[in-house]
Design a protein around this ligand. Sequence first.
Ligand SMILES: Nc1ncnc2c1ncn2[C@@H]1O[C@H](COP(=O)(O)OP(=O)(O)O)[C@@H](O)[C@H]1O
Ligand SMILES: [Mg+2]
Length: 254
Amino acid sequence: MKTILKLEGVSLSYHTKDGEIPALKNISFEVKSGEFVSVIGPSGCGKTSVLSLIAGLIKPDEGKIIFNGKEVKKPDKAIGYMLQRDELFPWRTIEQNVFLPLEINKNKDEKRKKEALDLLDKYGLKDFKKSYPNQLSGGMRQRAALIRTLSTSPDLLLLDEPFSALDYQTRLAVCDDVYSIIKNENKTAILVTHDVSEAIATSDKIIALTKRPSTILGVHVTETNKSLSPLKRREEQIFGKTFELIWRELNDEN
Ligand SMILES: Nc1ncnc2c1ncn2[C@@H]1O[C@H](COP(=O)(O)OP(=O)(O)O)[C@@H](O)[C@H]1O
Ligand SMILES: [Mg+2]
């Protein structure tokens, strides 16, 4: 598999009026095409910052981010970013929400509109295109938000704690749902989460960060059965073993 993304010695500080806040220190990792990678770590360690750097929204102080062979200098349409509180606009219908990135990128042509509408049909939102977000369940809203991110056909998806607002039961189901759409559409994904179980259930590879200033604590290639859904993987014996290993690693450090 080809490498789609590479971080090389990335460091980042925030410059505030009270001084400098070092957030990330010497972060390096690779993501291969088609991989599902999670970034985990304690709250405030810099997970969102990692995604913002990859998305080209902020620049590192040191190091490089290479996407599809080129250094990331500004936002790239081939990278789709689903923000932590990425809510649908309540005053727009589902289809108007899904068209939003096309409007922002000024490429809302008939072909792209049709592709976006096809995704809504394909993933069970056919009858909700003219509905408003508050008429949908939390899980369906999440699916619509994902389809909105997919409407510009990105190669790489960045997901920042996409399930954190959902209750536990819904969260498990929505996670399966979102995962299967990402796989079905052959996308590469980076999921940020503070939930170790969620990372193990979904990912090929897990990057654990230390507390701030964050460095890489460990990289784990999971041995779960990838033909199973994330929910089913939780029942595997290897799931518990991996959980204990990573949990201990995070706790020894913090
Ligand atoms: N725009 C900003 N200005 C100043 N400090 C920031 C800014 N964004 C994030 N930080 C700080 O950087 C650290 C990492 O933030 P973040 O990447 O959001 O962490 P996480 O997503 O892991 O919770 C935190 O201590 C946070 O307060
Ligand atoms: Mg965050």
